[in-house]
Design a protein around this ligand. Structure first.
Ligand SMILES: Nc1ncnc2c1ncn2[C@@H]1O[C@H](COP(=O)(O)OP(=O)(O)OP(=O)(O)O)[C@@H](O)[C@H]1O
Ligand SMILES: Nc1nc2c(ncn2[C@@H]2O[C@H](COP(=O)(O)O)[C@@H](O)[C@H]2O)c(=O)[nH]1
Length: 198
């Protein structure tokens, strides 16, 4: 199965994902994205992102190596396709964490993907979280918040919305969605739902 988490910058996608993975070791595999953004302090190439150049990224796009990609506030971000295909063929569940334009490409290409949108309690808290994280300049924070307003309007295209007020509560909700979707898929695979429909 393919689970995808989106939401505006600073809403807490990475925080929720890391907490979820601590609770669910080995059951979900994180899809590492490629980006042309410069690494932040503490970020590791091949763990947080595959950091690359604009020209290499464009080569990958032209070679059809991206499942999806987007330009987000002056940088490219995208999901290498091969890895996702390999994992799904082996029966592993994959977890993606990406912005909304890329998510809509995944929706079109992988119709059975489960799309979850993470919301902030309000826009003021989104700004506070980005400022407290301290990884972007004021200018970039303004750009990201401007983009956030458009992104939140896309929420209706998702299967689920979860408010990240408290991290542990948001993690529990995402875990519940994953468990419910896995159960649904298992029942469908066994023909259980089909029998009920008849
Ligand atoms: N529920 C929460 N309450 C308060 N602060 C939070 C909460 N969730 C995350 N944060 C904090 O908000 C900041 C942004 O979180 P995080 O980096 O996980 O967001 P993100 O959505 O992954 O951002 P980006 O898309 O820019 O990578 C971090 O400093 C994190 O510690
Ligand atoms: N469309 C894609 N968006 C991605 C991907 N990897 C990350 N992202 C999103 O980009 C923004 C900015 O990320 P940041 O690390 O610079 O804060 C954020 O919304 C990420 O979720 C991807 O592969 N494709």
């Amino acid at each position: 199965m393919l689970f995808l988490l989106s939401g505006p910058s600073g809403v807490g996608k990475g925080t929720v994902r890391k907490a979820l993975f601590k609770k669910e070791p080995h059951k979900l595999l994180y899809s590492i994205s490629a980006t042309t953004r410069k690494p932040r302090r503490g970020e590791v190439d091949g763990r947080d992102y595959f950091f690359t150049t604009k020209s290499k990224f464009e080569e990958m796009i032209n070679a059809g190596q991206m499942l999806e990609y987007a330009q987000y506030v002056d940088n490219y971000y995208g999901t290498p396709k091969n890895w996702i295909d390999d994992q799904r063929e082996q029966g592993n569940d994959v977890f993606m964490e990406i912005e909304v334009n890329g998510a809509m490409q995944v929706r079109a290409k992988v119709p059975d993907a489960i799309l979850i949108f993470l919301l902030p309690p309000d826009l003021m808290q989104l700004r506070n979280r980005l400022e407290l994280r301290g990884t972007e300049s004021d200018e970039v924070i303004d750009e990201r918040l401007k983009t956030a307003r458009q992104e939140i309007l896309m929420m209706t295209n998702y299967d689920y919305a979860v408010v990240n007020d408290k991290v542990d509560r948001a993690v529990k909700k995402v875990q519940t969605i994953i468990d419910a979707e896995r159960l649904k898929a298992k029942r469908l695979a066994n023909g259980y739902m089909k029998i009920l429909e008849v």
